[in-house]
Design a protein around this ligand. Structure first.
Ligand code: ZN
Length: 244
């Protein structure tokens, strides 16, 4: 049987998200609850000790979801570095919506990922999937239509993604790389932009399908566990040991 995936959903704060009085982390947790691929499902918020991301919790997390908007600066650099190290060692990271400007995303990608065009006018967004036959787009159609969304537009200051999963078009004319994958160390990162706090986009079954697929994609599948501060053996040593 395949190992279950332990998931932690992080949100910057309870109750600050207009359409989600329960908190976006609770709304996301609600539709993940019955997902059979998931083992332990946790939520964590900024106001908890260590932002709910102690080393113990992170070590037991296979995939971390990150939603932040107004309080990126309030996230402690020590915790950011702790998350970064876990990603480099193989933890999957899903960065959602305005999480594009989070410290962790900027630090892992190395560019000013906070830079993009945006507009809050409730435009229609059409999320076109351009990567077919991919675990993240499994079971989805050619596109998802989000009736009202926050507009994000290029230029989005990210490094060239390893895979461009989706491009969004908005009725106001902008386009945006709304679904992108990146690999950093042993860790896989997926950025997905639909998820503005003023519309209940996370209630849409197809959006939920993307997130569920995306949780299955970056989960660690077994890899040589080399600690960050450990030097791998030299090729020569490995050769000698195996030919004694
Ligand atoms: Zn937003």
């Amino acid at each position: 049987m395949q190992k279950k995936i332990n998931v932690t959903v992080w949100n910057e704060e309870d109750g600050n998200q207009a359409a989600y009085p329960e908190g976006i982390h609770v709304a996301i947790g609600a539709f993940l609850k019955n997902d059979e691929q998931i083992g332990t499902l946790r939520t964590a918020t900024l106001n908890q000790p260590e932002h709910g991301l102690s080393q113990v919790i992170l070590d037991d997390t296979d995939v971390l979801l990150w939603w932040g908007h107004s309080y990126h600066e309030a996230v402690d650099d020590t915790i950011v570095e702790r998350v970064r190290q876990r990603v480099l060692l193989g933890m999957g990271l899903l960065v959602l919506h305005s999480g594009h400007a989070s410290k962790i995303f900027q630090k892992l990608l190395g560019t000013n990922t906070g830079q993009l065009r945006w507009r809050e006018s409730g435009d229609l967004e059409r999320v076109w999937f351009i990567e077919h036959n991919h675990p993240i787009t499994a079971g989805l159609g050619e596109y998802i239509e989000v009736p009202q969304s926050e507009t994000y537009g290029e230029f989005f200051n990210i490094p060239i993604p390893d895979e461009l999963i989706s491009i969004s078009w908005y009725s106001g004319g902008e386009v945006f790389r709304s679904g992108c994958t990146f690999k950093r160390g042993s860790g896989k990162i997926f950025y997905f932009s639909p998820g503005h706090e003023s519309f209940r986009i996370y209630d849409m079954p197809d959006i939920q399908r993307v997130l569920k697929n995306a949780i299955g994609w970056p989960a660690p599948v077994g890899y040589p566990a080399v600690a960050a501060d450990e030097h791998p053996k030299s090729a020569e040593d490995i050769y000698k040991e195996s030919h004694q």
